[in-house]
Design a protein around this ligand. Structure first.
Ligand SMILES: [Zn+2]
Length: 125
């Protein structure tokens, strides 16, 4: 989607100390660029980074120039992919921790059993 060039720039209160030019939504929102925005990029920010398969997002829209729009879209997609992978990765880690705990318990059981056998064996000698 292309941002209309003739639209009135939206202004935000300057309480944050940024110059007015930084709030001109007609400009690319990368502070180092400030070229005219030609594309509207929706950025879906995950509301939570927890071990859940589903999540909600907060969507913000920013204008970007033709040069920076593809990079913004790529990074947004990568962030959402990372959020989607988080559940699977945490599930894998949880499973590995559970298996390790079971194996440690078995080893402890075997070690205790071997110690009891060894004690008995020494008595026989
Ligand atoms: Zn730009």
């Amino acid at each position: 989607m292309t941002l209309p060039c003739e639209s009135t720039p939206a202004r935000v209160s300057v309480r944050d100390g940024l110059p007015d030019a930084a709030h001109d939504v007609r400009r690319c929102q990368l502070p180092s660029c400030r070229a005219l925005a030609r594309r509207r990029i929706e950025i879906e920010l995950p509301a939570a980074w927890e071990a859940s398969a589903t999540y909600t997002v907060l969507t913000v829209a920013v204008g970007a120039c033709f040069e920076h729009a593809p990079e913004l879209e790529r990074r947004v997609a990568a962030m959402l992919e990372a959020r989607a992978d988080l559940y699977n990765l945490l599930t894998i880690v949880d499973g590995a921790v559970r298996v390790e705990a079971e194996l440690r318990a078995r080893l402890d059981l075997l070690a205790g059993s071997a110690a009891r056998s060894g004690a008995c064996g020494r008595r026989r000698r």
